[in-house]
Design a protein around this ligand. Sequence first.
Ligand code: ADP
Ligand code: ADP
Length: 224
Amino acid sequence: MQLRINNLSKTYSNGKQALKDISLTIDNGMFGLLGQNGAGKSTLMRTIATLQDADQGSILLDNLDVLRQPEEMRKLLGYLPQDFGVYPNVSATEMLDHIAGMKGISIRKERQEAVQELLQRVNLYDVRHRKLSTYSGGMKQRFGIAQALLGNPRVIIVDEPTAGLDPLERNRFYNLLSEIGSNTIVILSTHIVEDVSTLCNDMAIIGGGSVLQAGSPSEIEQML
Ligand code: ADP
Ligand code: ADP
């Protein structure tokens, strides 16, 4: 699949222009969106995830007009927001089962199988009955990836997923992301250069709401 972002602009109602004429083409594989705090990464991610509107421009996923067909986009999407909320009094199993239901996996047995498979994949199976509130930061992020992967999405958006993780947990998280199939688009936003150089085949540097550079990590390194 291919995601094409064309001339996307967004000004918030307080007058802050968060996106300025952003154009990017994103193919299957890992794409890194590198930028400092306030660069516009979350705004762009939320717009692709159809959680907020742009003022101008379009987003196409192959032939799907993402901003005009948000329900269709959501069926294809897995999203781990930066401020992913945790639900203190439920276990990982309960929460994933609930999210699987919301994603339309209506057959109970199918849901249970999908949830078990994911818990094993993110290495949380042994702690699946513990309340999410007792999880460490790294465990919470692995849980966050599990919920994003439910329903086999074709586009996965992860917003600043490694911020605050220690080196061991960051490596575990890298391994998880690198195991996602190569026929999936994964967009990773980060302010950590190592995240993109380790994981991504393509990347863009975003600053002040604009694309400053786009290319492979090695191409961009040469330009810097
Ligand atoms: P829109 O222009 O898309 O309608 P708003 O300006 O109404 O967006 O803001 C949406 C929400 O984001 C509001 O709840 C607002 O308080 C909050 N918000 C405002 N400024 C910021 C900021 N700098 N960073 C993050 N959230 C903010
Ligand atoms: P990043 O994810 O790269 O840190 P954001 O997309 O969160 O960047 O923010 C881009 C700019 O838009 C920042 O200046 C931020 O303060 C502002 N901003 C973000 N959300 C809102 C909002 N809801 N209302 C007003 N301003 C916002």
